[in-house]
Design a protein around this ligand. Structure first.
Ligand code: ZN
Length: 271
């Protein structure tokens, strides 16, 4: 059987609950055939931590300001300045995670949209793909992507309609599937994961959030990708190795720097 090579395309390893146990989290991931982890930013606050994860473990990183981390214009400008600076180093595989989130209402819609547009411009300037977050805002995210086209990327934790999925695919995006797909009641997501073209899907955990059905209330971990892959292979009635190889190629298409970048390196724990 060919080796299984998994990439977690979306994992907040810099979040305290994972970072404080990084050695255990990383060796569990490695034991579960995870060979690359993409660590997207929530804000500029953890840039140093992300750089450490990149240097120490070979993780891939993205820099950006998450729509739920958008504050007042002054703070946003400060974050964006730091993000623009760190992107100059050429070490990021994407700009992210960025987008729009109107789950809690649209009071700060104007500011969210301004921040999103600034970051789409940064992605254009650096020819980088983007990691997209959209909640109750898919059509508006699509509108901005058409207005400020980027080289593609991943619509993370995709939960839209078939038409919206098709629109992302036409704009050169892949769609991220993870924990939500494991719930038997998530009919729409499971239907999409089953029926979308195989070339459209990539795997993600969104750890520490989005714990799967079998681990509700627990901290989600990158090692869970192995079981998400098995679940997706079952849904699509495919062999696990064929599914994981397809996801790997899709990920490399969405995030080309991963194809030529280094892999995870985990020191063998001493006994
Ligand atoms: Zn995220």
């Amino acid at each position: 059987m060919p080796p299984i090579f998994l990439i977690d395309t979306h994992c907040h390893l810099d979040a305290e609950c994972l970072f404080s146990q990084h050695a255990a989290v990383m060796s569990a991931a490695f034991a579960a055939d995870v060979r690359q982890i993409v660590v997207p930013a929530v804000s500029a606050a953890h840039i140093t931590r992300q750089q450490w994860l990149q240097q120490h473990y070979g993780c891939a990183v993205a820099y950006g300001l998450h729509p739920l981390a958008v504050g007042c214009r002054e703070d946003n400008t400060q974050h964006l300045t730091q993000i623009a600076e760190v992107l100059q180093s050429g070490q990021a595989c994407a700009v992210g995670e960025i987008g729009l989130d109107f789950y809690h209402g649209q009071e700060d819609a104007e500011e969210q949209e301004w921040v999103f547009v600034q970051q789409l411009k940064l992605a254009q300037q650096h020819h980088l793909p983007v990691l997209l977050h959209s909640r109750r805002a898919v059509d508006r995210v699509l509108k901005y992507l058409r207005r400020y086209p980027v080289v593609g990327g991943i619509a993370h934790a995709f939960n839209g309609s078939e038409q919206q999925a098709e629109a992302f695919l036409q704009l050169g995006f892949k769609l991220g599937f993870g924990g939500a797909m494991t719930f038997s009641g998530s009919h729409r997501i499971r239907r999409l994961a089953t029926n979308l073209p195989l070339s459209a899907v990539v795997l993600e955990t969104d750890a520490p959030d989005m714990a799967p059905q079998w681990a509700q209330g627990q901290v989600n971990q990158p090692a869970n990708i192995r079981r998400f892959a098995a679940e997706l292979a079952d849904l699509r009635k495919m062999e696990l190795t064929a599914l994981t190889q397809a996801c790997l190629v899709n990920t490399w298409q969405a995030l080309p720097k991963l194809a030529v970048g280094s892999l995870l390196s985990i020191a063998t724990p001493s006994t």
